[in-house]
Design a protein around this ligand. Sequence first.
Ligand SMILES: NC(=O)c1ccc[n+]([C@@H]2O[C@H](COP(=O)([O-])OP(=O)(O)OC[C@H]3O[C@@H](n4cnc5c(N)ncnc54)[C@H](OP(=O)(O)O)[C@@H]3O)[C@@H](O)[C@H]2O)c1
Length: 281
Amino acid sequence: MQKTVLITGATSGIGKAAAVALSRQGFHVIIHGRDAAKTEVVRQDIITESGNTQVSAITADLFSMQDIREMCTRIHEQFPRIDILINNAGSLMSNVREVSADGIEKTFAVNVTAPFLITHLLLDLLEKSDDARIINVASNSHQLNAQPDFNDLELKNGYNPLRAYGNAKLFLIWNTQHLAWRTNVKVYSLHPGAVATSFGKNSNLGPLLNIISKMVRPFFLSPESGADTIVFLATASTVPGNSGDYYVNRKPAKKSVKYFSPEREDLIWNYCLHQTGIITY
Ligand SMILES: NC(=O)c1ccc[n+]([C@@H]2O[C@H](COP(=O)([O-])OP(=O)(O)OC[C@H]3O[C@@H](n4cnc5c(N)ncnc54)[C@H](OP(=O)(O)O)[C@@H]3O)[C@@H](O)[C@H]2O)c1
């Protein structure tokens, strides 16, 4: 039976490369983008590059939970089952703190609450698959840049874009391991490597970091190499390690333990339940 995979942020970079690779392997790929015209162009590109016509497109601005909810409703109307969910969309913001349509700091919104809400709204479709997997694209920035303040998770004070991004990917990794013991669906997080994509290109990090990030870009991996661990986790008949693990180069890897405690993991999970409106009390 043909498997269906939904990839968020598939209009560019790693997500698009993963979409091409999985289309070539015969999946029905649903690509998510935020702009309908751009997403349709990418859908046609993927069909041409893979030779597989089973490519669908769906749109939502992940800075809006209403958009996310409407997208997931449309997915329920169109697809009876999802086999693989790849929460790939993510972003490094700029050095002025901004909030989403829902009042959530934007780095937190796109990297933490969006995948959290999408996963919750689509879990029933994933549970219909006999080998479902959820793959969350995190980053080693959780080791390099995270510096969470557990009384100020969205950095109303002390915001800087790299700190917000490192924190967000740390929380995404914690939510991945938390979800692992709540569902039979396999759930993984990963670091794709340093990859030459649109990532960070428009993020104003300040004069020094803007120059450094331009200088190091030529040494980065191709999007295809960056997609390798994602494609492996989506397709391997046996994945080494356990549900909830974090992967680098196809292997389970150590996560930062610097800020970890089970209570803090619960705190992030519960915060996301409230911020997404899944629990309102
Ligand atoms: N590149 C790296 O070195 C690197 C390293 C570690 C982790 N990562 C992670 O890898 C993932 C993919 O990034 P990439 O490198 O492929 O970057 P990219 O080329 O910038 O792609 C990001 C994708 O996410 C989408 N996106 C961003 N914000 C969105 C929003 N508010 N609503 C809807 N879609 C949104 C983008 O859509 P548009 O096309 O509309 O902008 C794009 O499709 C991210 O989670 C990133 O954090 C990347």
